[in-house]
Design a protein around this ligand. Structure first.
Ligand SMILES: C[S@@+](CC[C@H](N)C(=O)[O-])C[C@H]1O[C@@H](n2cnc3c(N)ncnc32)[C@H](O)[C@@H]1O
Length: 394
C-alpha cells in the first residue's frame, strides 16, 4: 500500500507553488516505515491531496514530486508518456543538432533522470533512489520510443552518493562505440561517450556557441578559456578566426581538441593544458591581445556557502580577460552555478569596469539552450547564464 506523507505548512505552500522538492524539515508525519525510493502520496495538514512523489529518508531532499495534486502509479505507461512528451517537445532542435538532451529531470517530470541523445546512442544518468526503482521502465521506454543502437550509463557520482547509492558506469543496452562524431549547427565534434565530461558533451552551451560565433570576423584572434574539447573555439575556427588558443586543465582534452580541429579543417591553433588562473596572470604581463575571449568555467559554487569565493574567482577572471582584450573586442563570460546569478555577473563586470576604467557594453544576455528547460516554479532550473560584453573604446 502506498504510504502517506503529511507535510507541514511550509512544505504545503511549496507544493502549492509547484515546487517539486521537499526537505526533511518540511515533513510533519509519515504513516508507517518507508524505504528509500518508495512512492508516497502527499497531503497537507488539513488532509488535502497534494500529489505523488518518491521518498528517500537518507537524502537532504526527502521527497521529489512525480505529479502534483493527483495520485499516479509510476509504471511503464507513466514513464513512456513522460519520455514521449519530453522528446516531442524537443523535435525541432534536431534540425540544429543530432545531439540533444531528451530528459532533464524535474523539468520533464522525471526527477533524478537525465537522458542525452548522441546520434544513434543514448547516454543516461539515474541519480536518485526513486528513479533507480523505475530503471527497467526507463530503459524499456527509451528503447521503444527512440530505438537507439546502444545506451550507456554515466550516472553522477556525487548525486548518487547523496542518495546512498553506488555508481557503476557501463553500457546497459546494445553496443556503444568509444567515440562518435556529432553535428551541431554544421560544426562537427568527436564525443567520448565513455570518458567525456558530463554525459559526453556540454549540450547546454549549444545556443551560446552559435550566438557567440556569429560575432567572429575573418582573422580574429580567439582565446577559449576552460575550453574542454574546444566547443567555442572550434565554432570560431569554422567562422574564419585567424588563430585560436585553447586552455583547459584536464589531461584528456588535448587529443580531442586536436581531432576536432582536424575534423573541421582548422589549422592555426595552440592548446595549453594549464590552470586558467595561472595562464591569465602570465599573458596579462605580455603585450598579447585577443578579439574574442570565452570564459566558461566549471561550477565554482556548488552551494551558497561557496558563492563568496566563487565571486572572487570570477572577478579575477573577468578583470584579467578584459586586460588582454583588444578595444572593440568581445568577452563571453558564463556561470553554470545556480548560486551565481545574472545580477552577480553584472555586478562583477561593473566593478571591474570602474576599477580599470573600461567602458563596457552588454551585447547579449545568454542562457542554457532550450533542451535544458527553465521552469519558473523551479528556480534552480535556471543554472547557466552568461554575458556577451563589448569593450568599447574610451
Ligand atoms: C563548463 S566546461 C567547458 C565547456 C566548453 N566551453 C564547451 O563548450 O564544451 C569547464 C571546463 O573547465 C575545465 N577546468 C576546470 N578548472 C579549470 C582550471 N582551473 N583551469 C583550466 N581549466 C579548468 C574543465 O576540465 C572543463 O573542461
Amino acid at each position: 500500500m502506498v504510504k502517506k506523507v503529511i507535510l507541514n505548512r511550509s512544505g504545503t505552500d511549496k507544493i502549492r507553488s509547484l515546487n517539486p522538492w521537499i526537505y526533511h524539515n518540511e515533513i510533519k508525519k509519515v504513516s508507517g516505515v518507508v524505504e528509500k525510493g518508495d512512492v508516497v502520496y502527499l497531503y497537507s495538514p488539513e488532509g488535502e491531496l497534494l500529489g505523488t512523489g518518491y521518498i528517500n529518508p537518507e537524502s537532504k531532499i526527502s521527497v521529489r514530486v512525480l505529479a502534483f495534486f493527483k495520485k499516479v502509479n509510476p509504471d511503464m505507461d507513466f514513464v513512456k508518456d513522460r519520455v514521449s512528451r519530453a522528446f516531442t517537445k524537443r523535435i525541432k532542435i534536431l534540425d540544429r543538432s543530432d545531439a540533444i538532451r531528451i530528459v532533464h529531470s524535474e523539468a520533464d517530470g522525471l526527477p533524478g533522470l537525465i537522458v542525452d541523445m548522441y546520434g544513434k546512442y543514448l547516454s543516461i544518468q539515474v541519480n536518485t533512489a526513486g528513479m533507480e526503482r523505475l530503471r527497467e521502465y526507463v530503459i524499456d521506454a527509451l528503447v521503444k520510443i527512440l530505438d537507439p543502437e546502444g545506451i550507456i550509463e554515466r550516472s553522477d557520482e556525487r548525486s548518487r552518493e547523496k542518495e546512498g547509492l553506488q555508481t557503476e558506469n557501463k553500457i546497459i543496452y546494445g553496443k556503444v562505440p568509444e567515440s562518435i562524431i556529432i553535428n551541431e549547427n554544421n560544426v562537427r565534434f568527436y564525443v567520448h561517450l565513455e570518458k567525456g565530461q558530463k554525459t559526453g558533451f556540454y549540450l547546454d552551451q549549444r545556443i551560446n556557441r552559435y550566438i557567440v560565433s556569429n560575432y567572429i570576423k575573418k582573422g580574429d584572434q580567439v582565446l577559449d578559456l576552460f575550453s574542454n574539447s574546444g566547443g567555442f573555439g572550434i565554432y570560431a575556427g569554422v567562422k574564419g578566426a585567424g588563430d585560436i588558443t585553447f586552455v583547459d586543465i584536464s589531461r584528456n582534452v588535448k587529443p580531442l581538441i586536436e581531432k576536432n580541429c582536424e575534423l573541421n579543417n582548422i589549422k592555426r591553433y595552440t592548446i595549453y593544458r594549464e590552470n586558467v588562473f595561472k595562464f591569465l596572470t602570465k599573458v596579462s604581463r605580455t603585450e598579447k591581445k585577443y578579439d574574442l575571449i570565452v570564459l566558461d568555467p566549471p561550477s565554482f559554487a556548488k552551494n551558497k556557502h561557496e558563492a563568496k569565493d566563487a565571486l572572487r574567482g570570477f572577478k579575477f577572471l573577468v578583470s584579467k580577460s578584459l586586460e588582454i582584450l583588444r578595444e572593440g573586442g568581445l568577452l563571453a563570460v558564463f556561470s553554470c552555478s545556480y548560486h551565481i546569478s545574472m545580477e552577480d555577473l553584472k555586478k562583477i563586470t561593473l566593478d571591474v569596469s570602474k576599477n580599470l576604467k573600461y567602458s563596457l557594453e552588454i551585447v547579449k544576455h545568454l542562457f542554457q539552450d532550450e533542451d535544458h528547460p527553465y521552469l519558473l516554479n523551479i528556480p534552480a532550473s535556471l543554472y547557466l547564464k552568461g554575458l556577451l560584453i563589448r569593450k568599447n573604446e574610451n
